[in-house]
Design a protein around this ligand. Structure first.
Ligand code: ADP
Length: 562
């Protein structure tokens, strides 16, 4: 079973998780649809901004020419007689116009050719034009009006007209009417295309870009193409493959088109990117939240388990203390009152009292040690010791119990091996004791324990093997956790505190070593403590002021046997 599946074995946690997770999932789904909608809206909005921008540019161009032309070309109709036409110079002189090549007036006369006069700003007078492109353009532009004059056609109200047949000499005309609404002439201006392209367009575009775009979109590119599609103006080299919006000019230069490309991304790309970004952000937040929820639930599960284990611990320990104490009291009383006389019974009860007292001492020692470890106050006093001797000493304290319970102990040790290590005798002795105690407790019907101590390269390995109930594979890591007891099978028959192995683990780690287990349910377990050998780390020990050499064990030294 996977860890997660195990975590949710309790239904309550499942419900808790689903209650927190389902709203989160719903929020994410809603967020998805909302962002999809937002994506479409923002795409449309972005396009609208680009279109509005183009409209603003063309409107500015209209205002740059329209009102100026109205003012400048407002020549009194009284001037349009043969003698008075030159007086039009006074009107032109007053007005300051930019972007105009020529200001002119044309008087139509039914019985003669009429008169064309160009304003000369240097002499501030009206002069007949020399043959030129401008003069020809004026003649062409005036032809329809001349025709109207010839035919005596009346028109309602004069309005500015734009004549763009010659693209290099575009003309704005103001038809002049007499009191009978007949066209008697025109006042006009020939526009300077270069000024439009080089001054008016750049200035207008430059002024409007900051008003429409900011941040991401300041990279917009504006370009203008003429009637033949030739590029006439661009804020940056334009890219042929992309134009987000485009439109013609509205008053003059109506055959030119202005286009705009928004930022580095098209509105579609922008909308898609922002959708992806927002959705990604939401998903990330969702994942983080799920993770936090999961961690919170796991912590809750762990806390629940820990508190359950603690209460088990309290009841187990009370039992462990109470039962032997009761027996000790009864046997003590019997001995004290002299009710037991037979020497073998006295010896038996005495032995029992001794063994049980040892067990109690060991249990209390475990509890005190555990408290110190938990509080971070456990200290170790190291000295060089022969691990074999230490193991013998521990086995010795077990002799009686093993004998009583009918265990056969084998102790294997290769002769002549240097088993010295830098250890805290008491702590390591207690670790050995805990392993042996477990071997006895969890042997079930089996009555055999093998103990060995030997060198493995730079390490000394002490193993305790039993042939008892064994430990399921998925429990083998957890048994070193404090309070943890395997919750299945024959373990229930054995009372315990759940502290022994966690202390062994701590002691081994404090010695720079580790404890491992190999076990198979029903076939027994082998616990091994691996410690660095003294001769593998001489520098450290010398520093600690210990002797650098101690003679190795004498060959063939025996282990105590039961
Ligand atoms: P306890 O006081 O319960 O023995 P320990 O920390 O010593 O506490 O051991 C933790 C658990 O590991 C035990 O409750 C038992 O389930 C399991 N265990 C330890 N040693 C053995 C062993 N030799 N054989 C089978 N199970 C063992």
């Amino acid at each position: 079973m996977t860890k997660i599946a195990k975590l949710f074995r309790g239904r309550k946690l499942w419900v808790g998780f689903l209650m927190a997770f389902l709203p989160l999932l719903l929020t994410l789904v809603l967020q998805f649809f909302w962002l999809r909608r937002l994506e479409r809206t923002s795409e449309i909005a972005d396009k609208a901004i680009l279109k509005n921008f183009l409209e603003a540019v063309t409107t500015e161009v209209l205002y740059a020419y329209g009102p100026v032309a109205e003012r400048t070309l407002d020549v009194p109709s009284a001037n349009f007689t043969r003698d008075q036409l030159e007086r039009s110079a006074a009107t032109f002189r007053r007005s300051q116009v930019e972007g105009v090549k020529v200001l002119f007036v044309v008087r139509f006369e039914q019985d003669d050719e009429g008169t064309v006069l160009f304003y000369d700003p240097r002499t501030e007078s009206m002069e007949p034009p020399p043959p030129s492109d401008e003069a020809r353009a004026v003649t062409v532009a005036c032809a329809p009006w001349r025709l109207m004059n010839d035919n005596g056609i009346e028109i309602d109200s004069p309005r500015l007209k734009v004549e763009e047949r010659d693209p290099e000499n575009r003309i704005i005309l103001n038809p002049i009417l007499d009191e009978t609404s007949r066209v008697v002439g025109v006042a006009g201006m020939v526009l300077d295309t270069a000024w439009f392209r080089d001054h008016l367009l750049p200035a207008t575009v430059k002024a409007l870009i900051p008003r429409f775009f900011e941040g991401e979109n300041t990279g917009v590119v504006v370009s203008v193409r003429d009637e033949r599609g030739h590029l006439r103006f661009a804020t940056d080299p334009p890219r042929a493959d992309r134009e987000d919006a485009s439109r013609p000019f509205s008053f003059v230069f109506t055959d030119w088109r202005i286009s705009v490309r928004g930022g580095t991304m098209t509105p579609e790309q922008w909308a898609r990117t922002s959708f992806a970004f927002n959705m990604g952000l939401s998903l990330l937040a969702g994942i983080l939240l799920t993770r936090v929820m999961f961690l919170a639930l796991r912590t809750a599960a762990q806390e629940m388990k820990l508190s359950r284990m603690k209460s088990d611990f309290v009841s187990n320990v009370s039992h462990e203390l109470r039962t032997p104490l009761a027996s000790i009291r009864v046997f003590g009383e019997l001995l004290h009152l002299g009710r037991v006389r037979a020497p073998e019974k006295v010896q038996e009860y005495g032995e029992y009292i001794e063994t049980e007292s040892r067990r109690l001492t060991q249990l209390i020692e475990n509890i005190l040690d555990f408290a110190k470890i938990e509080a971070g106050q456990k200290t170790y006093t190291y000295e060089i010791a022969d691990i074999g001797e230490l193991l013998d000493a521990t086995l010795h304290t077990f002799e009686m119990r093993l004998r009583h319970e009918g265990f056969a102990l084998t102790c294997e040790r290769a002769a002549g091996e240097d088993l010295r290590a830098r250890v805290d005798r008491a702590a390591l002795g207690q670790a050995f004791h805990n392993l042996l105690d477990n071997a006895v407790n969890y042997s079930g019907e089996a009555r055999r324990i093998d103990v060995s101590a030997h060198r493995d390269g730079n390490a000394i390995v002490v193993s305790v093997r039993d042939f008892g109930i064994g430990i399921p594979r998925d429990e083998q890591e957890k048994i070193f956790d404090r309070f943890h007891r395997v919750g299945t099978g024959l373990v229930h028959d054995v009372r315990g505190s759940g502290l022994g192995l966690s202390i062994v683990h701590h002691v081994a780690a404090a010695h720079g070593g580790r404890v491992t287990v190999a076990s198979e349910p029903g076939r027994g377990s082998t616990f091994s403590i691996r410690l660095p050998a003294w001769d593998a780390a001489p520098a450290e020990a010398t520093r600690a002021g210990e002797p650098a050499e101690t003679p190795p064990r004498a060959e063939g030294e025996a282990c105590p046997r039961s």
